[in-house]
Design a protein around this ligand. Structure first.
Ligand SMILES: Nc1ncnc2c1ncn2[C@@H]1O[C@H](COP(=O)(O)OP(=O)(O)O)[C@@H](O)[C@H]1O
Ligand SMILES: [Mg+2]
Length: 223
């Protein structure tokens, strides 16, 4: 279980996260919503161990974020809001490159299968020639090479075609429900959040999101 207690984060004098506490169980898909600038990316970056909060305690099972960063990183897969792939490399070269940096050891065939699992089949094509949706899939595939348990995805489906969005959604559901992975992801697409997530956390007490999700019968917790 991921447990976040009394987290605060500020940039200079600007408070972004104020006393945030929540828990996520294994196998859950959690949607993180909130208006632009609410602190969604900041929270995911903290959970990815890449920046530190001012206060608060985070634990994942028996690992503490303050002391067990190395071990935690092996369990975490993080896809940032801005795509991070090598544009001039092929899909295959990207996968092999990141496999060599990762803890996990995977054969080319396993790497290829990982891409195929989410319907990314342009193995020999350069990343720069892929559609936005396919690039997102590649980024997601890269984040899964070391078989992380906890997946942190920052707007994995923003600005991509409906087909890729559905395929990514289906794949995320498989990861959570069949492989027991814990997934926290941000999105502005409420329909998608409603169809995919077990529950929703909203940063900031914005009545807009509360009303919208309540209407649809979705649970929302305000952070
Ligand atoms: N590295 C940074 N330095 C200073 N301010 C930042 C930094 N990163 C984010 N912010 C500010 O923190 C707030 C939250 O940003 P962010 O976490 O990106 O929100 P969201 O992802 O919900 O849009 C915004 O006001 C943003 O300008
Ligand atoms: Mg963001």
């Amino acid at each position: 279980m991921l447990k976040v207690e009394s987290l605060t984060k500020q940039y200079g004098s600007k408070q972004v996260l104020a006393d945030v506490s929540f828990q996520v169980n294994p196998g859950d898909i959690v949607g993180l919503v909130g208006e632009n600038g609410a602190g969604k990316s900041t929270l995911l970056t903290i959970l990815a161990t890449l920046i530190q909060p001012e206060q608060g305690m985070i634990t994942y099972h028996d690992l503490a974020y303050k002391t067990d960063q190395r071990k935690l990183r092996q369990k975490i897969g993080y896809v940032p809001q801005n795509i991070a792939i090598w544009e001039e490399f092929s899909v295959e070269e990207n996968m092999v490159f990141f496999e060599q940096l990762s803890w996990g050891k995977k054969s080319r065939e396993q790497l290829r299968q990982l891409c195929l699992d989410m319907k990314l089949d342009q193995w020999k094509e350069k990343a720069q020639s892929l559609s936005g949706g396919m690039k997102r899939k590649l980024n997601l595939a890269i984040s899964l090479i070391h078989e992380p348990e906890l997946l942190l995805l920052d707007e994995p489906t923003v600005g991509i075609d409906l087909k890729s969005r559905k395929e990514i959604g289906t794949y995320l559901q498989q990861l959570a429900k069949q492989q027991g992975k814990t997934i926290i992801y941000t999105s502005h697409d409420m329909e998608e959040i409603i169809s995919l997530c077990d529950y929703v956390y909203c940063i900031g007490n914005d009545p807009f999101y509360k009303e919208l999700l309540k209407e649809k019968g979705q649970h929302i917790h305000v952070l």
